[in-house]
Design a protein around this ligand. Sequence first.
Ligand code: SF4
Length: 525
Amino acid sequence: SHVLCCRGTSCTSGGSSEILEAMQQEVQKHNLQDEVLVTFSGCHGLCSIGPIMVIYPEDILYCHVKRDDVPEIVEKTLKKGTVIERLLFNDPASGELIPEYHSIPFYRNQQRIILRNCGVINPECIEEYIGRGGYQGLTKALFEMDPESVIEEIKRSGLRGRGGGGFPTGLKWQFARNAPGNPKYVICNADEGDPGAFMDRSILEGDPHSVLEGMIIAGYAIGAQKGFIYCRAEYPLAIKRLNIAIEQGKRMGCLGKNILGSDFSFDIEVKEGAGAFVCGEETALIASIEGKRGEPRPRPPFPAERGLWGKPTNINNVKSYAAVAQIIQKGAEWFSSIGTKDSPGTAVFALTGKVKNTGLLEIPMGTTLGEIVFDIGGGINKDRKFKAVQTGGPLGGCLSSEFLNLPVDFDSLVSAGALMGSGGMIVVDETTCMVELARFFLQFSVAESCGQCTPCRVGGKKLLEILERITRGEGKMEDLVMIEDISRTMKEGSLCALGQGTPNPVLATLRFFRDEYEAHIVDKR
Ligand code: SF4
């Protein structure tokens, strides 16, 4: 048997390290160490039922496991092959106990490409990554392809930036390759900071080598020899596993000088960010790596032309890099056959809020919002009524129930007035006040403004004052007009996406739930 204890951040905080230790001791005690491999994995995605333990080959998933459950698991499941019903997943939608991990609706309806190894391999063991096809994409790139054909393959795959912008990745690489200047740099943006988002963290914790491999391939493609991963310091486990992966990569010859015996060399360093939301903006992130204040600067010039220390730099998100090696390994046609024509591949979301199953999921682009909320999320808690989903984080927008049939992809979300963003999805039910929700996001963005430009610094505060006034029952109808005026100024006059996007949650809720704003306003004159 193969026993995997989840050691993602959520399960670790629930005591999974102690459970793993107890399991190893119990297996020894019963002299089963030659038959049972006890190890750990990164996040399985269904964080609400942790700590999770998975047992192969039976494909059993135990949830809410405690240290005290360990002797019984060994005795009944490992020795006698029986399942312990008390620890099985109780599907909140059907009320049934589901013993097989992969029959759980939350997992059954997903297609995992970016998360393929999360919850499957030990993220601190490069051999397990290699055993699942890891570093084959890099091998193919280095020995069967020249840099131009790597870029061509990524272009043909149609991969678009998973950080939220949706810009074609291959084209971005082309710009960095063509830009004059040396040395060139590769940066991974792991400065995930949206409330409710933990996609990037889980990938770094659960499958760090997939990100390294994607970055090395990007380095080969654009002609860079140095990469940086900018990761917020609040992600200590992700940073620890990245550093372990970098050391192992060097030891195995996948990273460093003359990679895999080729004449290509590439090194990667982790830079810890201090947790400013604005440092997720690429020019602010670059300034921060350079040791300067993390403030955005006007673009152009774009980083592909003038990035880190003024040199051509390619920046992609964690999820984009995690997809790269498989595209090279399996080919552009394989990737572009998944998802929709204009948004190929899959999307990773952190589904949170008032759904029954909260967690990390990956679906083909084009899956409808309703399928995500009801088939994977299991529907709304306490069988209340669905009201809306906030997508794209604090700079995104909300989608009301009329959009449940909307295919989720970059362009459909934008045309519906929302944003893909980097993948946070917060579900709210009929009991949530949408004005209050907008105020919450606004408060976050206002606090995170770097204050460099006036429309963002002053406009955000003014908007927040208005929303606070409305939620206190002291608003006036003219405040609604003022919200639209200030928002327009912020959108037109702010330097970066933070200032331009700050009004989005207010505008979206005002558009779909104007009646709730009006209900707060006592004086309707
Ligand atoms: Fe800073 Fe806001 Fe201006 Fe962006 S828009 S540079 S966050 S003040």
